[in-house]
Design a protein around this ligand. Structure first.
Ligand SMILES: [Zn+2]
Length: 266
């Protein structure tokens, strides 16, 4: 069996509020932390740029991995490139009773990728911001799914990985408090939640509403709402010069496969 370092953690970092909070938690709890962000042709490049910015803020190495999803998924989910249903974002899909922001199997695939990276890095721990209290009730965010993936990785790779999901049973307001307790509140201004991918946030989509409610319930001001200019502007400006669709073509994604980001200094 592979000899793993149980003080080394791979953190799945989407660029959102929950995964950024998990990163702060992991940094406090483990000796070595590597962040992993995955380009699955998500609708908003802001997410990936937010992950870069947060990894820099946290001073951890960031790995970026591509994940090619079947193009047919565009017809059933609103969170991958190529869909044009932004106005319906968050509406319930009649076929599965889930929001159309659900990308089937996404989190399972992310965990599998994290398992591959953990194997290469000999890291004993994988951290994911899955949360089963979340409004969306994605089945792959539930404890059963995470536990099953842990078993699958360990059976399939002959390893003893442990998947940690510290936010699993927390409400959105508890997650805000958790971020604050772990010194990550200021990072929240770099996080991306809005399904419409805009700055300022649209304030109307389900992700914006649930974020606002979480901060309000916790009695904490969301640092993102206090920004006078786009906190990710310096990361996004170069991309705006490029044709958006070209940036997202999978051929470009594949070329980014081994791209790593060196540990940042603040
Ligand atoms: Zn929004």
């Amino acid at each position: 069996m592979l000899d793993l370092n149980n003080q080394k953690a791979i953190v799945l970092l989407s660029g959102g509020q929950d995964s950024s909070t998990c990163l702060a938690w992991a940094i406090q709890g483990y000796e070595e932390v590597i962040a992993l962000s995955v380009n699955y042709n998500q609708k908003h490049i802001r997410e990936l740029k937010a992950a870069e910015r947060i990894a820099k803020e946290a001073g951890v190495k960031l790995l970026q991995a591509p994940l090619m999803l079947p193009s047919q998924l565009k017809s059933i989910t609103a969170l991958v490139q190529g869909t044009d249903v932004e106005e319906d974002m968050g509406t319930i899909n009649a076929d599965n009773n889930l929001p159309n922001s659900f990308v089937p199997g996404r989190n399972l695939a992310l965990i599998l990728l994290a398992g591959m990276v953990a194997y290469m890095e000999k890291a004993g721990v994988i951290v994911i911001g899955a949360n089963q209290v979340d409004f969306s009730h994605y089945p792959d965010c539930r404890k059963e799914a995470i536990n099953a993936m842990q078993d699958a990785l360990n059976v399939g790779m002959d390893t003893s990985f442990r998947i940690r999901a510290p936010l699993m049973d927390k409400s959105k307001s508890e997650i805000v408090e958790f971020a604050k307790a772990h010194g990550a509140l200021e990072w929240m201004k770099f996080t991306h939640s809005c399904y419409n991918g805009t700055w300022p946030q649209c304030g109307e989509c389900p992700a914006c509403k649930i974020r606002a409610k979480g901060f309000a319930d916790a009695g904490v001001i969301d640092p993102l709402t206090q920004c006078q200019t786009d906190p990710l502007e310096e990361y996004l400006a170069p991309i705006r010069e490029i044709e958006k669709d070209v940036e997202f073509l999978s051929i470009n994604v594949v070329e980014k496969k081994s791209k790593t980001k060196k540990k940042g200094e603040e």
